[in-house]
Design a protein around this ligand. Sequence first.
Ligand SMILES: O=P(O)(O)OC[C@H]1O[C@H](OP(=O)(O)OP(=O)(O)O)[C@H](O)[C@@H]1O
Ligand SMILES: Nc1ncnc2[nH]cnc12
Length: 179
Amino acid sequence: MEEFKDDIELVKSNINSYPDFPKSGILFRDIFSIFNNPKAAKVLDSVLLRYVKKIVPQTDVVVALESRGFLFGPTLALEMGVPFVPVRKKGKLPGIVYQKSYALEYGTDILEIQASSIQRGQKVLIVDDLIATGGTLEASCQLVRQCGGEVLQCLVVMELQDLKGKEKVSAQVESFIKF
Ligand SMILES: O=P(O)(O)OC[C@H]1O[C@H](OP(=O)(O)OP(=O)(O)O)[C@H](O)[C@@H]1O
Ligand SMILES: Nc1ncnc2[nH]cnc12
């Protein structure tokens, strides 16, 4: 991670934080603010790609999580030349789906994946903007495995360390920015 330090500092300085959103007591870290500064967005894209090429080059499939994971997953998959697969909230994906209920920092929900989206044995990188309690990533790991995929690693831009979300996830989780 040392080689990305300066780039990460630039990205971090472009993340806006909002107290008491969407609920009282939550300090909301807004990933969209990075995209107000094209330089910061480009730097982040480059950090993600360099990291993946170096650490998990064997990735067969990139999975990203609705909705903020979609800011990074499809681009990364295109750049790596591998398929992109979405995990979405309940009722949005057509065809046969697997589903998993989960809890997150400010509520509960159900996630789904298309059953035929991953081939047995494929190595999967899961991408999202942020880990808070880890509920979303853990549900996604379980969905990928239900499809027959092997979770190589979860990669997030931000980690809310106090919530200890990594402890809930049954795969390695890497984050660039710690709050
Ligand atoms: O670690 P957790 O406690 O599970 O929380 C992290 C998740 O919460 C946010 O998504 P959210 O469900 O708010 O959906 P959105 O991306 O559609 O806004 C965020 O983008 C992560 O996916
Ligand atoms: N504090 C937070 N900021 C942004 N997204 C989140 N998802 C869960 N907790 C969050």
